[in-house]
Design a protein around this ligand. Structure first.
Ligand code: PMP
Length: 316
C-alpha cells in the first residue's frame, strides 16, 4: 500500500495522505510546537482481527501533552479511539500497524509562543515495520547527551521538539556502532533510551527509574509493571538508578510501543548477564506478546478489536 493512498484523518475529516497538506511556515514545523502518540495494532491472522493496544492510555497521554502545550483536543478520548478504529477499517488493514496521532500549532507565521496560536489534529496510520532488530540483544552505550530536564521542558509530555534530544543520542550511538543509546539525566542518573523506558534486573528484583527521572511515562512501562507485579509477583523498585548499576545488572530490557519488550545484550562494551535474554525478561516478554495478540482473555480490556463485529466488542 502506497503512503499517498493511505486514508488519514485531518481537519475533522478522512482523506488520502496525498490530499493532506501543511504549509512551510507551520508553527509546529518551525518551532517543534506539537505533540504526538504512537499506537500499535497487532494482526491476528487466525481470528482475522486487528487489536489496537491501550488506546485509552495513549489518548489520555496525548490529552496531557496537549494540556502542557496549551492546546485543546477537538475530541474526547472515546471519540479519538473510535476514529483510530475507523481509520484502520477504512484502510482495510490486515497486518500489524502503527498509528501516529498528533496535534500541532498550525499558524503559518513567525513568532515563537504557545498562546493564541490555532492548532490542528491529525492521525496517520501506517503498516508497522520492525523498529530494532534485537534478536541477539541490543548493543547499547551511555550517551554523551543528557536527557532533557523537566526544568527545561517537560519530558512527560510527548512533545515533537523534544525529540531532537532523542535524535542526537540515537545518531551518536548508531554512528559509533551501537544499536541504541541510554540517556542519563542532568544529575547523572539513568533516565531512558531514545524512545524506550529501561528496566534492570538484579537478584530477582526489577529496578526502573521513577517518573521523576525525566522519563516519558510509557504505556508499555505501565503494562510491564502490572504484569510483573500481578502475574509473576516480582518485586519492583522505582527509584533513581546509577550508571554503575547498568554494568552490574543481570538483565536489562527496554519497553516501548515501537520496540515492544527487547533485551539489552551489552552496555558500554560490558555484557549484561551472559548477553542472552534473561529469565525474567523472557517471561514478561512472552506474556506481553500473548496479551497484545488477544491470547490472554483477562487482558482483552487492554485491546480494541477493529473488526469486532465478528465478536463481542472489547474495550474502548
Ligand atoms: N521514552 C520515550 C522518549 C519514547 O519516545 C517512548 C516511545 N513512545 C517511550 C519512552 C516508551 O513509551 P510507550 O511505551 O508509551 O511507547
Amino acid at each position: 500500500m502506497k503512503l499517498a493512498d493511505t486514508i488519514v484523518y485531518t481537519q475533522g475529516q478522512f482523506c488520502s495522505y496525498a490530499d493532506a497538506h501543511v504549509g512551510l511556515l507551520t508553527h509546529g514545523l518551525q518551532y517543534g510546537t506539537g505533540c504526538f502518540e504512537g499506537i500499535r495494532g497487532y494482526w491476528d491472522a487466525q481470528e482475522r482481527e486487528l487489536y489496537l493496544v491501550q488506546l485509552k492510555e495513549h489518548f489520555e497521554r496525548l490529552e496531557t501533552s496537549t494540556k502542557i502545550l496549551m492546546m485543546r483536543l477537538p475530541h474526547s478520548v472515546a471519540e479519538l479511539s473510535e476514529i483510530a478504529v475507523e481509520l484502520c477499517r477504512r484502510n482495510n488493514f490486515e497486518m500489524d500497524v502503527y498509528i501516529r496521532p498528533f496535534m500541532f500549532k498550525s499558524a503559518e507565521d513567525i513568532g515563537v509562543r504557545l498562546h493564541d496560536v490555532p492548532e490542528q489534529l491529525a492521525i496517520v496510520p501506517v503498516p508497522f515495520k520492525p523498529y530494532l532488530d534485537a534478536s541477539d540483544g541490543l548493543r547499547c552505550c551511555v550517551s554523551s547527551w543528557r536527557r532533557v530536564d523537566d526544568a527545561c521542558a517537560p519530558p512527560r509530555a510527548k512533545v515533537t521538539g523534544l525529540y531532537v534530544n532523542s535524535a542526537l543520542a540515537k545518531s551518536e550511538a548508531h554512528l559509533s556502532g551501537f544499536d541504541e543509546a541510554i540517556m542519563l539525566s542532568a544529575d547523572g542518573h539513568v533516565s531512558e533510551g531514545s524512545a524506550e523506558n529501561i528496566f534492570l534486573v538484579r537478584h530477582g528484583v526489577i529496578y526502573t527509574p521513577d517518573p521523576s527521572q525525566n522519563i516519558l511515562e510509557g504505556c508499555t512501562r505501565r503494562s510491564v509493571l502490572h504484569i510483573a507485579r500481578e502475574e509473576f509477583n516480582i518485586p519492583i523498585v522505582e527509584r533513581a538508578v546509577d550508571r554503575g548499576e547498568l554494568y552490574a545488572a543481570q538483565e536489562i530490557f527496554f519497553t516501548g510501543t515501537a520496540v515492544g519488550i527487547v533485551h539489552v545484550g551489552s552496555v558500554d562494551h560490558r555484557r549484561v548477564g551472559d548477553g542472552n535474554v534473561g529469565p525474567i525478561t523472557r517471561k514478561i516478554e512472552q506474556y506481553y506478546s500473548r496479551i497484545v495478540r488477544g491470547a490472554e482473555p483477562r487482558y482483552r480490556h487492554w485491546l480494541t478489536g477493529v473488526y469486532g463485529a465478528r465478536r463481542a466488542p472489547v474495550g474502548v
